[in-house]
Design a protein around this ligand. Structure first.
Ligand code: LAN
Length: 666
């Protein structure tokens, strides 16, 4: 594990021709083939090459004469990226705080880090370092922060880079300029303390005892947003037993490298509330500071009643770590919907692709409820779809919605597809969706909202916003509504009265969450162009358009007001941070496609701005039908950007095709 240090070498890489992506039921694993026989028997596919960044032969097309031709060329390229089990794989990177968790955990638990991982992680981190100051931020497009810089510095040291390596010298200087790792946000304090290079005294308490409270207590962790819950569960456990890596020479060195003063002289209790200015997004409230003060007193008490021990034995859901293992269901469902809606699915050369997509979605539907659901604070999942794979196991409202919508279209609209999912299993999805509406009429992400918004005052993670409980989101609400409506077209009798009531309340929610200036704020991608597309498409399915609906009119006018000179739209992730529309300096094909899809759905009366947007998308298309990666597309928790590299295919193709249909393929 502690390989030889690399000093001043160029960035080394593995032999990229040896990597293969294996897919099984959507599960993706990369394999590095060590011997030549293996290489012969398992050739590298286009999917492998594309995601690794290697060149491959691809058909080229004459310059498209119509929008439909451009869409078709785009799909011809994108179709090559469909994997053997029928889904579209995607590289779901962006956040810069996930690798550190993995590598630090592996170091603490003595799990060997494979040599090829070591080489490629070093290469990745060096490539993602800020070119000016050498640090890292919360995500790949962020300014350098203490969180990003301290943790990724530690990763590179664990992976064997020497402190004198120029990359380390530069990033350490930036870290020190920020005051050193002392001011790392609480999640960073947690990882560093586990690694034994920060003192647990320097953390505000993360009491596992919270799990012992009865559920009716308004701040019981079972009421938190699912991700916050599964983050604080193991954190509380590690805090409760003050888990610390054994002290090795590397740990001793890191203790000196990470700080601007000798480790032994640090006043740890003062460090608890020391969070570097560059990192702060959601500062602690007075209430949280008071709670922390009380909890720190509690930590000083002798553990006479034994609550700590009892709470450490309380392990709902296990001690696993789970982020997300891909974007399989989400991307595949949208791709199928796009291809069907714009007519590409009717082309015989695409039949096989659509059948594969249906087979994948059938496989990916969750076919059971969680074990011990009550004790683990879980809702039903039978019949649902999650965001990635069946085995990931969590239902997400909008993923179940686009999942069922795609299946309904694939099975019912295409004459050549088999009926793989019977009505009974579709009704299971509907049952789940119908159980998910919040009291405000909207739909949240994984579950109904279980706790009060006021819990946000106790948000301990200084780098994220709105993480404590579930909220209704216009994106999720719109997706669910459109899916229910689609289902109703084919099965008008199933729970019809309830559905109509749900429609009424959800539409009210959508009207209410439109901003004064006409846009909808998006929480899961960047940002107003994204959510406004979902909202306007949804309203269209209820017959609301520019002509007859002031809400749609305002939404379209808002989008038009953001169109750039070159005909495109470009939105910065800063929209998500600030809650107001911030232009990206350049137009982005993805934002442009979202805005166009919204305007087309809203039946915006003037073709001209739409045509200009379409032209921008076409102008960025390469002769092989491809679009190149532009700025990062997604976001979560207001402040962290995340990549959705397939969006540049799915939504551009969709917008081109819809335009072609609407304007007679001009
Ligand atoms: C996702 C990705 C998909 C996303 C949509 C389906 C797009 C959205 O409409 C609902 C919420 C959901 C499912 C979502 C929730 C939060 C996730 C899982 C992520 C943004 C991907 C990564 C993020 C997860 C919390 C990252 C891990 C980091 C922590 C802060 C624990």
């Amino acid at each position: 594990m502690h390989s030889k240090p690399i000093i001043n070498s160029d960035i080394k890489s593995t032999d990229l021709n040896r990597w293969r992506l294996k897919v099984e039921h959507g599960r993706q694993t990369w394999h590095y083939l060590e011997n030549d026989d293996e290489i012969k028997s398992w050739p590298q596919s286009i999917v492998d090459k594309y995601w690794i960044g290697l060149p491959f032969q691809s058909k080229t097309f004459e310059k498209p004469k119509t929008a439909f031709e451009a869409a078709r060329n785009g799909f011809e390229f994108f179709k090559q990226l469909q994997t053997a089990d029928g889904h579209w794989a995607g590289e779901y990177g962006g956040p810069m705080f996930l690798i550190p968790g993995l590598i630090i955990a592996m170091y603490i638990t003595h799990i060997p880090i494979p040599e090829v991982w070591r080489i490629e992680i070093i290469r990745y981190l060096i490539n993602k370092a800020n070119p000016v100051d050498g640090g890292w931020g919360l995500h790949i497009e962020h300014h350098s922060t203490v969180f990003g810089t301290a943790l990724n510095y530690v990763v590179l040291r664990i992976l064997g880079l020497d402190p004198d390596h120029p990359v380390m010298v530069k990033s350490r200087a930036t870290l020190h300029k920020f005051g050193g790792a002392i001011g790392v946000p609480s999640w960073g304090k947690f990882w560093l303390a586990s690694l034994n290079v920060y003192d647990w005294e320097g953390l505000n308490p993360i009491p596992p005892e919270l799990w012992l409270l009865p559920y009716f207590v308004p701040f019981h962790p079972g009421r938190y947003w699912v991700h916050t819950r599964v983050v604080y569960l193991p954190m509380g456990y590690c805090y409760g037993c003050r888990l610390s890596a054994e002290i090795t020479p590397l740990i001793e060195q890191l203790r000196q490298e990470l700080y601007v003063q000798p480790y032994e002289t640090i006043n740890w209790s003062k460090a608890r509330n020391n969070i570097a200015e560059v990192d702060l997004y959601a500062p602690h409230t007075k209430l949280l500071k008071f709670c922390n003060y009380m909890l720190n007193l509690y930590e000083k008490l002798p553990n006479i009643l034994g609550f700590r021990n009892l709470s450490l034995q309380e392990r709902p859901e296990g001690m696993m770590m789970s982020g997300t293992n891909g974007t399989q269901v989400w991307d595949t469902a949208f791709t199928a919907l796009a291809a069907i809606e714009i007519g590409l699915a009717d082309d015989p050369s695409n039949h096989q692709s659509m059948i594969h997509a249906l087979e994948f979605l059938e496989d990916a539907q969750i076919k059971k409820n969680p074990k011990d659901s009550k004790r683990c604070y879980r809702d039903n999942t039978l019949g649902a779809w999650g965001f990635s794979t069946r085995d990931q196991g969590y239902n997400v409202s909008d993923c179940a919605a686009v999942g069922i919508k795609a299946v309904l279209n694939l099975q019912n609209k295409l004459s050549y597809t088999p009926d793989l999912i019977p009505k009974e299993r579709l009704c299971q999805t509907i049952d789940i969706l119908l159980s998910m509406q919040n009291t405000d009429g909207g739909f949240a992400s994984y579950e109904r909202t279980r706790g009060s918004k006021l819990l946000e005052w106790l948000n301990p993670a200084e780098v994220f916003g709105n993480i404590m409980v579930e909220y209704s989101y216009p994106e999720c609400t719109s997706c669910v509504l459109t899916a229910l409506k689609t289902f109703q077209n084919w099965y008008p009798d199933y729970r019809a009265d309830e559905m109509n009531q749900i429609f009424k309340n959800a539409l009210k929610y959508l009207y209410n969450c439109q901003d004064e200036d006409g846009g909808w704020y998006g929480s899961w991608a960047i940002c107003f162009t994204y959510a406004s597309m979902f909202a306007i498409q949804c309203l269209e399915s209820f017959g609301e358009t520019y002509e007859n609906s002031p809400v749609v009119k305002k939404g379209c006018d808002f989008l038009i007001s953001k169109q750039k000179e070159d005909g495109g739209w470009g939105e910065s992730y800063k929209s998500c941070e600030t809650g107001t529309y911030v232009h990206h300096e350049n137009s982005q094909v993805v934002n442009t496609a979202w805005a166009l899809l919204a305007l087309i759905a809203g039946k915006y009366p003037n073709e001209e701005p739409i045509r200009r947007g379409i032209q921008l998308i076409v102008s960025r298309q390469l002769p092989n039908g491809e679009w190149k990666q532009e700025a990062i597309e997604g976001v979560f928790n207001k402040n962290c950007a995340i990549s959705y590299p397939n969006y540049k295919f799915i939504f551009t193709i969709w917008a081109l095709g819809k335009y072609a249909k609407l304007y007679n393929n001009s």
